[in-house]
Design a protein around this ligand. Structure first.
Ligand code: PXL
Length: 264
């Protein structure tokens, strides 16, 4: 039977990030994608023109619709915008015992626009992270979650320990914002694994974080372990960045149509 994967995230009208990136990634991995929208952004490759949050109770209703009927072998969260939405999502995840949950703690867009209200950071830390199989902060997000400034690999390891204590089973800190090679660090509370790839010099990286976490969720649904899923997702985004699309005048999207790897 085809595996089912759910994204709980915002819409990017430009098609490069958010729900759109997630569904394209699910297609590439050959899993059945479903989407619960949290917010609608009016956005292109250059900027966010506006953000319209859906009412938390309508986020709940979408989750109820999907989880009482189709169910999900894995899920990911992206832009959650405010505390009410985060609480609604947590309540449904607990009620339906959703496992294989990838939490991408989205805070700002590539353009610098804020996608998570500052007062919602605590709710995300306290309520959502304990439900996560893996949380995937980039360096600025890991800085906010850990309360530390991160500029070296050792800083990344120290921050991973602090974030692990917030309750997720794994922490993946993405080192894309560090100089040099792109190194991501995965921590399971015991050991560190490093995932390295060469840096690709391009500005067409809009939606990289969304695509990465969606690819991890798809791989988990396909029965991979977390370290295997991270390795496969990393190979997929590296290729998708390499083949990135020079659309629009700003940060163009990745090319989601590249083939995902069949092995980690
Ligand atoms: O990459 C973070 C992100 C998440 N969700 C939506 C976005 C973005 C970045 O632009 O637009 C809807």
């Amino acid at each position: 039977m085809i595996k089912t994967v759910l994204t709980i995230a915002g819409s990017d009208s430009g098609g490069g990030a958010g729900i759109q990136a997630d569904l394209k990634t699910f297609c590439a991995f050959g899993v059945y994608g479903m989407s619960v929208l949290t917010s609608i952004t009016a956005q292109n490759t250059q900027c966010v023109l506006g953000i319209h949050d859906l009412p938390a109770r309508f986020v709940s209703l979408q989750l109820e619709a999907v989880l009482t009927d189709i169910g999900a072998d894995a899920a990911k969260t992206g832009m959650l915008s405010n505390s009410g939405i985060i609480r609604a999502v947590c309540q449904k995840i607990r009620q339906h015992r959703l496992g294989n949950l990838v939490v991408d703690p989205v805070m700002v867009a590539k353009s610098g626009d804020r996608l998570l209200r500052e007062d919602a950071r605590e709710t995300l830390k306290r309520e959502l992270l304990p439900l996560a199989t893996v949380v995937t902060p980039n360096l600025p997000e890991a800085g906010v979650l850990s309360g530390k400034t991160i500029s070296t690999r050792q800083n990344m390891r120290d921050a991973a320990k602090i974030i692990f204590d917030l309750g997720s089973r794994y922490v993946l800190i993405k080192g894309g914002h560090l100089k040099g090679k792109a190194v991501d660090i995965l921590y399971d509370g015991d050991t560190f694994a490093e995932f390295e790839s060469k840096r690709i010099h391009t500005r067409h990286t809009h939606g990289t974080g969304c695509t990465f976490s969606a690819a991890i969720a798809a791989s988990l649904a396909l029965g991979r372990t977390v370290p295997e899923a991270v390795a496969m997702a990393k190979k997929y985004i590296s290729l998708a960045i390499e083949k990135g699309l020079p659309l629009g005048e700003g940060h163009g999207p990745l090319n989601h149509l590249v083939h995902p790897p069949s092995e980690p």
